[in-house]
Structures are given as structure tokens and as C-alpha cells.
Ligand binder design. Structure first.
Ligand SMILES: Cc1ncc(COP(=O)(O)O)c(C=O)c1O
Length: 310
């Protein structure tokens, strides 16, 4: 990253890793990538930038055209940052179940927010059905207004963003010395992109998906609890770009564990992060403590966003 960037787009990516020795004091280490330091406040800034750039490059998005997407908040914020700099109005459809702070953040960034009533979830707990309802509204708006529909769940730029930026950054920062990568899965962009790159470098790196307890569909279990606290992940369906060949294991994290790790991260490490970030760290610690990776494994994971909008 240069000392003076031409625009805020230069602040996307190149995030530091922080070693969480106060949470895991034993052998090995948890190395967490501080994705919350990006301008939109989350890991999704990368996918937003790649999607809009690729759409420009392919001619699908011409200057001044509106952009529309369904979001749980973070993709919307990333898109708002990118769209503002490149001059595209943004319409974000969002389930009413996402925290109101998310809608306020999007509006503060100048996006038009369309709230979609929940189908089955409760406030703070957004289900796959809620996501589908918000997605349908986004598709309708794209047709009504001739807007470019981002379609993050199916858009390959989402995966490429992490394969081409997040993963090489992790690899370089750790000098290739890592044994495992752990991440929760929303669209799967982060998990699939990072794991694909890392396994390309070293096939024996263990890639583990963190899932909400009761919504462990990637692990092949029945959906028992679609409502959980890990907003932005664990929607109770296998995302279209999921690549099962990359997942060596799955670790379930309960709401209580995520809450407890949020408190621990704040108190011990000074990191106030969201629930998926806390779940990632919880799963990384469980993986190390399981002993499956030997005595002192080095595990990389993602601090997806800050805790400020929950
Ligand atoms: C808070 C949070 N954590 C994790 C993720 C998962 O990221 P991905 O869509 O790359 O799987 C998201 C996605 O929106 C998110 O908002």
C-alpha cells in the first residue's frame, strides 16, 4: 500500500495479520487477518472491488449505470465505497432481520436501502428464506430500473478476489509457514478463494469451514436451526460456488461460543469484532486444541468485520 493513494479504492486489501497469543497462549498460533480495517469495514470490500472492476472490464457495467445487490450489510458497504468512487448509484436490498445499524451505515454512504420483511427469521437472526426474499427484490429492481445486478452468490469475481488478494497476502505474511486456514461461509468467496490458492501452494494445508451449530449443511447435516447469530454466514444452503473438494473438515460453533469469543477477543486482545469473526477464532482454537494437526500448528483465520454494527 502506498503512503498516498489516488482514491479510497487503494485502501482495499493489504490488511495486516494479528497473532492472537492472549486467546491461544499454547504452542502454535492463531493468525487473524484484520479485514475490518478496510474502508467499508469488512472482508466484503475485496469482493465488491473485484466485481465492479470485472464488470467494467467486460463491458457489462458502463459509466453512470446503477448497481443493485442483496446484502446483509457488508457487501452493501463495500459496494457503496466502490460505486461512490466510480460514480454508480447503488440500491441495496436487505432483510429487515439485519441489524438497523447496517441500514444506517449504507444510507450514510449514500446508498438507497430497500428493506425486505423477514419470511421466517427474527430480528438479528436472518435465514436462507429471508435472504431469498431480499434477493428476489434485488432482481426485480434490476429489471425495473435497468440496473446492474451484482449477484454475489453466483458471481465468480467474489471467489477470485480472495484467490488473488486475501490468500497471497496470508501466504506472504506468514512466509508460507501455516498448517491450516479456518473461515465461516456466506457466499463461500472467502473460504473457496483462499483455500484454492493455499492448496495450490501446499496441498497439505488443512482448510476448515466454521459453521453455526444446527446449520451445518456443508458438513452434510440436516438444517435444525436456521436462526443463529453468525450474520453473513450459515444460510442453511450450500452456496452455488462452494467447492467441497477444498474442505478438509468442518467445525460447528454455537451462539454461546461465538458470544463468549467476542467477549474474549475484546477483553484479551482489544478486538471488538462481529460474530462470524468470533466464530472463526473459536473454530481455530478448537482445531488447535483437538491435537489433529500435531503439537504446534499455525492457523490463519479472518476477522471479517468489526463489532460496531451489531
Ligand atoms: C460478517 C460476515 N462474515 C463472513 C462473511 C462470509 O463471507 P463470504 O461471503 O466470502 O463467504 C460475510 C459475508 O457477507 C459477512 O458479512
Amino acid at each position: 500500500m502506498a503512503l498516498v493513494e489516488d482514491s479510497v479504492l487503494g485502501l482495499i486489501g493489504s490488511t495486516p495479520l494479528v497473532r492472537l497469543d492472549r486467546i491461544h497462549a499454547g504452542a502454535g498460533g492463531v493468525f487473524a487477518k484484520a479485514e475490518f480495517v478496510q474502508p467499508g469495514g469488512s472482508v466484503k470490500d475485496r469482493a465488491a472491488l473485484w466485481i465492479i472492476r470485472d464488470a467494467h472490464a467486460s463491458g457489462r457495467l458502463v459509466s453512470g449505470r446503477s448497481v443493485v445487490e442483496m446484502t446483509s450489510g457488508n457487501m452493501g458497504a463495500g459496494l457503496a465505497v466502490v460505486c461512490n468512487v466510480l460514480g454508480h448509484p447503488l440500491i441495496a436490498t436487505m432483510s429487515e432481520g439485519n441489524s438497523p445499524a447496517r441500514a444506517r451505515m449504507l444510507e450514510a454512504l449514500g446508498a438507497e436501502v430497500v428493506l425486505v420483511p423477514q419470511v421466517e427469521g427474527t430480528p438479528g437472526r436472518v435465514t436462507g428464506a429471508d435472504i431469498r426474499a431480499a434477493t428476489e427484490r434485488a432482481i426485480e429492481i434490476a429489471q425495473e430500473r435497468g440496473a446492474f445486478y451484482v449477484d454475489q452468490f453466483n458471481n465468480p469475481s467474489c471467489v477470485r478476489a480472495h484467490e488473488e488478494s486475501t490468500a497471497p497476502e496470508i501466504w506472504d505474511a506468514l512466509g508460507g509457514e501455516l498448517d491450516a486456514f479456518v473461515a465461516a461461509v456466506g457466499t463461500g468467496g472467502t473460504f473457496v478463494g483462499v483455500s484454492r490458492f493455499l492448496k495450490g501452494k501446499r496441498p497439505d494445508i488443512w482448510c476448515v469451514a466454521a459453521e453455526p451449530e444446527g446449520a451445518e449443511v456443508l458438513a452434510g447435516k440436516e438444517l435444525r436451526r436456521p436462526e443463529h447469530l453468525l450474520q453473513g454466514t450459515g444460510y442453511g444452503f450450500v452456496p452455488p460456488q462452494w467447492d467441497a473438494s477444498l474442505a478438509d473438515d468442518f467445525i460447528a460453533v454455537s451462539d454461546e461460543e461465538a458470544m463468549s469469543f467476542r467477549r474474549l477477543l475484546a477483553k484479551k486482545e482489544g478486538l471488538h469484532v462481529g460474530y462470524s469473526a468470533a466464530a472463526n477464532v473459536c473454530a481455530a482454537v478448537k482445531l488447535i486444541e483437538s491435537g489433529r494437526l500435531g503439537h504446534s500448528p499455525r492457523v490463519a483465520t479472518i476477522l471479517c468485520d468489526s463489532g460496531l454494527k451489531y
